[in-house]
Design a binder for this molecule. Structure first.
Ligand SMILES: Cc1ncc(C[n+]2csc(CCOP(=O)(O)OP(=O)(O)O)c2C)c(N)n1
Ligand SMILES: [Mg+2]
Length: 563
């Protein structure tokens, strides 16, 4: 590799880390990496694909979406401090979703004082950050630092990537000075392909102790927020739940399709009721089981997580009696094997399964009754919209959820039954479009539906995302749940001031949105758009949108809701 410099060191590190995509919202510091990408192409080398985005939020969120599906590390290149700051909402979302991500941006060390090198006067006049850009993102990352020299650069990129992929999973950040990237680089004599992070697991003794609790429990309950983060997490949870006939409840901060909705052991979202008579509760990757925290039932509580105490939370009250720490899917498989070895007696288990099924059937009857009621008007109730998804979209559709007041209805009524069919958009508003595009990048054969509030849509870099959808051939179905308001703000105002002046006089602040024609944004990009006001048109409009997506064009459906 004669003539190689720090840019080549970075790309070689990405190759060795097995990174698929380098997603960037560009800045002038990246010329050395672009040079290395040009060399990769000219020399016909295998390596990551480079994607340019028109906004940093979008770049981080696309990488985040891809990693939330694949669990695999991707790289994001942003610009200096300013671009990094635009990406920080996505960075916080990655931290909270515990997704491995390697984010980098640059600075200059010489500011024009080196007579032999002009980095560009912008670094001197505008771009410097006192303390370095890594100082901006310390609290949002697992590790943030400056690359100290071209000699350490390759190793630091590899290490930052390796760290991001170990529990607690999360983003790491490297500030790479321009001078470091431009310096000649001699590759180390030995370079290795980075092995995947090992699967960690609890001890046999700990597994056996919890298997004993499960075998002896009369009313075990399982609750999870995000076992669906692991591609085979759902199957592992089904196996264990069936072995002990435990109802499975989605937690307050349900982020994924964790358990098939049509499974007779699926018990909805009400942990408080489900756990009332429980003698054993398994928290399976559930970081916020009790709210309020005093609602913890009088049961033995076992927390199962790769890192139960979340470093990014200010307060967390698991109140666990026992812990199983390590890879959660592996732990569930080990638990299943240990329970099976104990020969749980069939009679109480089968009676319990029948009782849980009765509860499940009653819950489903209630949901269908609510859907029939919602279908009694000409206007579109949000429940009717979700019921229409269930009717029109295929079973493998992937739902991405950036809803607020309608999230409850979506989570209850959507029929997700296969892994990776639901992704909650965590972090601040404005991440949904990028996340959905990144998910589509990873799941090209499945239809991806973004459910998004009208207010949330306006927080997104929408133009930039529609451009990225077109440029990268990532067609998605965007459905705007349009209630012409930040309705959540009104709800909260009412909760704090139920008899207040605003309620009495119907005088609201922070609520009204005089929004644009959301479907109209499709036109400049040659995409599909429709505004839907009538329930009778709903299924047809969804089918047309889906057909546009199948034909390679993103569709925006602006659905006017009655509430
Ligand atoms: C970045 C960011 N800014 C502000 C908020 C506060 N916030 C939460 S919900 C919401 C309103 C969202 O409006 P919309 O998507 O229309 O949902 P609706 O309230 O109508 O259900 C706002 C402003 C936020 N969550 N994130
Ligand atoms: Mg709204």
């Amino acid at each position: 590799m004669s003539g190689a410099d720090g840019g080549e060191a970075i790309l070689e590190a990405f190759r060795r880390l097995g990174i698929d995509y380098v997603i960037s919202s560009p800045g002038s510091e990246w010329a050395p990496v672009w040079e290395a990408f040009a060399r990769q192409k000219v020399d016909g080398l295998a390596g990551p694909t480079y994607i340019d985005c028109w906004h940093e939020t979008l770049a981080v969120d696309m990488a985040l979406g891809y990693s939330r599906v694949t669990g695999r590390l991707q790289a994001v290149l942003l610009h200096a401090g300013a671009g990094l700051l635009q990406g920080t909402v996505g960075l916080q979302a990655a931290q909270q979703a515990e997704v491995p991500l390697l984010v980098m941006s640059g600075e200059s060390l010489t500011y024009g004082e080196d007579p032999d090198f002009d980095p560009g006067q912008q670094w001197y006049s505008n771009l410097s950050i006192v303390g370095g850009p890594h100082g901006l993102v310390g609290p949002l990352t697992k590790w943030a630092n400056q690359a100290t020299s071209v000699h350490t650069l390759y190793g630091m990129v590899v290490r930052a990537g390796e760290m991001a992929q170990r529990a607690p999973f999360g983003p790491t950040y490297l500030n790479v000075p321009v001078e470091v990237m431009l310096a000649p680089w001699t590759p180390p004599a030995k370079m290795r392909d980075v092995p995947p992070a090992p699967i960690t697991r609890p001890s046999d003794a700990d597994i056996d102790r919890v298997a004993g609790l499960l075998a002896a429990a009369e009313h075990p309950v399982i609750t999870t927020d995000s076992i669906g983060r692991n591609a085979d997490g759902m199957a592992a949870l089904v196996e264990l739940a069936e072995l002990v006939a435990a109802p499975v409840v989605d937690g307050h901060s349900c982020m994924y399709a964790n358990f098939p909705k049509d499974h007779p052991l699926y018990a909805g979202f009400d942990l408080h009721t489900a756990a009332k008579s429980a003698d054993l509760v398994l928290l399976v990757q559930n970081r916020v089981p009790w709210y309020p925290q005093r609602s913890r039932p009088d049961a033995t509580v076992v927390a199962i997580d790769d890192s139960p105490h979340k470093l990014f939370m200010v307060h967390q009250s698991l109140q666990a009696d026992q812990y199983l720490e390590g890879d959660v899917t592996a732990t569930l498989r080990l638990l299943s094997a240990a329970v099976r070895a104990r020969n749980v007696s069939a009679t109480p288990r089968d009676e319990r399964a029948a009782s849980v099924k009765r509860g499940h059937d009653a819950m489903v009857d209630k949901l269908r009754a609510a859907e029939r009621k919602a279908a009694s008007t000409e206007t579109i109730d949000p429940i009717s919209l979700i019921a229409a998804f269930n009717d029109v979209l295929p079973a493998d559709a992937v739902y991405v959820d950036e809803l607020t007041v309608h999230r409850n209805a979506a989570q209850h009524h959507l029929n997700w039954n296969v892994p990776q069919s639901y992704f909650y958009v965590n972090g601040g508003l404005g991440q949904g479009l990028g996340l959905a595009l990144g998910i589509k990048l990873a799941l090209r054969d499945r239809p991806v539906v973004l459910m998004i509030g009208d207010g949330s849509f306006l927080y997104n870099p929408a133009m930039q995302a529609l451009g990225a959808s077109k440029q990268n051939d990532l067609p998605i179905l965007v459905v705007v749940f349009n209630n012409q308001a930040y309705e959540a703000m009104r709800g909260n105002h009412r909760r704090y001031y139920p008899d207040g002046i605003a309620v009495k006089n119907d005088l609201w602040h922070g609520v009204h949105i005089d929004g644009p024609d959301y479907a109209g944004f499709a036109k400049p990009f040659g995409l599909h758009g429709e505004r839907i006001e009538n329930r009778a048109r709903l299924r047809g409009a969804l089918a047309d949108g889906l057909a546009a997506v199948a034909g390679g064009r993103t569709a925006i459906l602006n659905v006017m809701l009655s509430r």
